[in-house]
Design a protein around this ligand. Sequence first.
Ligand code: PSU
Ligand code: MN
Length: 325
Amino acid sequence: MLHTWTGHTDESTDMTDLARSWLIHSAPVAAAQAAGRPLVALESTIIAHGMPYPENVRTAREVEALIRDIGAEPATIALIGGRIRIGLSDDELELLGRSGDAHKVSRRDLPAVLASGGLGATTVAGTMICAALAGIEVFVTGGIGGVHRGAEVSFDISADLQELARTSVAVVCAGAKSILDIALTLEYLETHGVPVLSCGQDNFAAFYTRDSGFRADFRLDDPAQQARFIRTKWDLGLAGGVVLSTPVPQAAEMPAAEIDALTRQALAEAGEQGITGKAVTPFLLARIKALTAGRSLATNIALVKRNAEVGARLALALAKTKPGA
Ligand code: PSU
Ligand code: MN
């Protein structure tokens, strides 16, 4: 096959153009990109599977507004009508939030849902893939997936971790939930060369609680420092993501003992009911939500909003370090 020299060094340019033909940018996202305003990607599993209606849609809109207030443009990502949508309208957020049967889309599921034209809510892994295709460097979520407790038997390790190993997007999160084995999650990230940064404290956050009990790799409180770290990694050709952990605001934190007890109960129920595969995480999230009578939802909303602020500031700082900026 003949290739015309275009100034790029390999055939991946053609591949990427082909992949990009699956993207549709919303008008505000396209305008921001044209104006050189930094973008912040947002996932949609948190909307379709992570929170109940109508709090999910309301939170999604509030998170978008927070990002805009800081000067970046939010791009919520989902699969609709056989296309990867970068930026959603209010009606589309509503559609995802109400549907109740959107597919949960990780790397494995992307082709199936795109090819069939179904409604797809992207996980951390799915959103990272789409954000990278769209040229978005920063992605804000609630918590990342990880190595599940008992993974030495179940092999249940979220595809989010492999995506972090290979796809160059910075993921702002409140750590990982204690439904996971956080120590093993951090080991796995280390093995795959994914740096774990922490903002505002030394330790990695544990979603509902601020302190997982495990140190992050590097503490960087200032967005300019975070941006320098991330840009240096990518300048060196070290492909792959970076995790930026931000603890839930103190006032919204849940008591650690309570969360531990509920987590153990939810894990036991999952075992008894034989829940496996991609159903495990949604099952555990739903049980904990029910067992806390909705109090965990307030914590969840507060931490996502905090992450949005941290992510928007990072996006502004990172844009300043872009070659040619
Ligand atoms: N953890 C949370 N809330 C979530 C998820 C994880 O605290 O909503 C979602 C995210 O979309 C994440 C996905 O990418 O679950 C991980 O699922 P799995 O463990 O099946 O890879
Ligand atoms: Mn899993």
